[in-house]
Design a binder for this molecule. Structure first.
Ligand code: 5AD
Ligand code: SF4
Length: 495
């Protein structure tokens, strides 16, 4: 049998991106090659997302489009991995008949064996699911069941700890600190597909961080669905997220530390204090509000009111005023009235979010909302609210960004800008005319510079011209212009 050449397509959140890295590492360790071009691959893997129907539909339609290729290449193995695998389980076959391997998020460490089994026996799909969890949205208090995940988690930890640095951008790595979720927000499929909350031990997290920093990572983002519920119990003592952050921040050469995603309910004074006490912690807080209406928040089972959300943000900003707060919002949740939506707009005006993701409510099978509430906001109205909210978010973010003009900010350079604009004067760029407004102090293009993209400590996007080898480094830049999503800058010192 010819060796495995796998291609991985990823949908969804940061957690899925990290899962894709783990899949790649696991495959390489088994002797497989991971290729960039799907045409070269004999194994096509899809790390899927079930959070909204849209992401799921995209994966299914991309897999469906492989029909002709599969007929031409009967040996081609198609794997559907991650959240959608667990969501559909054995029923997947009817929705995606081309799929040969179905693998839940917790079972990814077994992937090489699953692929091998699928290649030797082409008769039926190979299915590896996570154990069913004890709790459901009807009995959210029946938590536990984490023990059933222990062996699979240990295997994943092993892969994650061993993987080389090679994440989202040079010098930046994601590290899992918590898996699963026990919150059962009414709209959300995650607790069903990622299992109960399990916190990794501080020593496992520290080992991984030290290793990644030893390989050149300067920026670490700790990941969990509700990361601030982190609690690792060992020898009768509990380490919470603040304790973990303090330990991680002691790693020499670690410059920037972030932790996402935070649940407002679990934001404590102790955690807020890390924004002051731990210099490596970036002034960035991703803490989704989801709605500004108490009635909607209650129906969402978010367990806080809008004013409690405001208090938690105030607590953090009281400790460090420049913290950039980012949120997620769902519009058109069942029963959301015009006044409810107005309350969300008010929250955005008051909170001055630096950024917010806006989603149209999408009923997900197996969730409390899908089973108990009618999806009664018409699609046209969801679209309208989506646009109105996005426009406001951009307006506020644009006003906040303008305050940076004239300031020098430290930027962590991710690499070339995805909308490169080497010769703005010649109009080859795709930055919708923005570049004309950026004074370029010397002829950057002549020196072979690129337009680079980076992030401020508060996670704002900055573009500026500079040498490509700055990727992965930190530099000071002077902000000269801004738009709602981007700061435009030039290097503070000529290089
Ligand atoms: N419909 C729309 N948006 C959703 N999200 C989660 N579930 C749904 C759903 N059923 C959004 C929430 C969450 C983000 C990751 O996705 O805003 O914070
Ligand atoms: Fe979903 Fe709520 Fe858990 Fe976030 S905290 S993953 S929205 S259930």
């Amino acid at each position: 049998m010819e060796p495995v050449r796998a291609h991985i397509t990823t949908y969804g959140c940061q957690m899925n991106r990290l899962d894709a890295e783990l899949v790649a590492e696991r495959l390489r360790a088994s002797g497989a090659r991971v290729v960039d071009d799907p045409a070269e691959a004999n194994v096509l893997l899809f790390v899927t997302c079930s959070v909204r129907a849209h992401a799921e539909d995209r994966a299914f339609s991309n897999i469906g489009a492989l029909k002709a290729r599969k007929r031409r290449e009967p040996g081609l193995v198609i794997g559907l991995l991650g959240c959608t695998a667990q969501q559909y389980g054995d029923r997947l076959r009817s929705r995606a008949p081309l799929v040969d391997v179905v693998c839940a998020p917790g079972r990814l460490a077994e992937l090489p064996q699953l692929i091998q089994a699928a290649r030797t026996n082409r008769a039926a799909p190979v299915v590896a699911l996570d154990p069913p969890r004890g709790a459901t949205h009807t009995q959210p208090d029946r938590v536990g069941g984490a023990e059933a995940f222990a062996a699979a988690d240990a295997a994943l930890d092993e892969v994650e700890t061993r993987r080389p640095l090679g994440g989202p951008s040079p010098g930046h790595a994601f590290v899992t600190v918590m898996r699963g979720c026990d919150n059962f927000c009414a709209y959300c499929v995650v607790p069903n597909v990622r299992g109960p909350e399990r916190s990794r031990t501080p020593s496992a997290v520290l080992e991984e961080v030290r290793r990644l920093v030893g390989q050149g990572a300067r920026q670490i983002t700790l990941l969990g669905q509700a990361v601030n519920k982190y609690a690792s119990r060992q020898d009768g003592r509990t380490c919470d997220l603040a304790g973990l952050i303090e330990k991680v921040a002691e790693t020499p050469n670690l410059a920037r530390l972030r932790f996402i995603t935070n649940h407002p309910r679990a934001m404590t004074e102790r955690l807020a204090a890390v924004f002051r006490n731990v210099p490596a912690v970036c002034p960035y807080l991703h803490m989704p509000a989801q709605s500004g209406s108490d009635a909607v928040l209650a129906r969402m089972k978010r367990a806080y009111t809008a004013s409690e959300y405001i208090d938690r943000v105030a607590m953090v900003r009281g400790v460090r005023p420049e913290v950039a707060v980012a949120s997620d919002f769902i519009v058109g949740f069942p029963g959301e009235t015009a006044e409810d939506f107005e309350a969300t707009l008010d929250l955005v005006r008051r909170m001055r979010f630096s950024h917010a993701f806006v989603f149209k409510y999408s009923p997900r099978p197996g969730t409390f909302a899908a089973e108990h509430y009618e999806d009664d906001v018409p699609m046209a109205e969801k679209r309208r609210r989506n646009q109105v909210l996005l426009d406001l978010v951009r307006k506020v973010a644009g006003q906040e960004n303008r305050r940076f003009i004239g300031r020098t900010v430290n930027v962590f350079v991710e690499g070339p800008s995805p909308h490169p604009n080497l010769h703005p004067e010649k109009g080859t760029g795709s930055f919708s005319g923005r570049m004309e407004k950026v004074p370029v102090p010397f002829s950057a293009a002549c020196r072979g510079w690129l337009q680079l993209r980076g992030r401020t400590p508060g996670n704002r996007i900055v573009v500026f011209d500079g040498p490509a080898d700055l990727a992965g480094a930190e530099v000071d830049v002077e902000v000269v212009d801004s738009s709602p999503l981007t700061l435009f800058a030039h290097l503070a010192q000529a290089m």
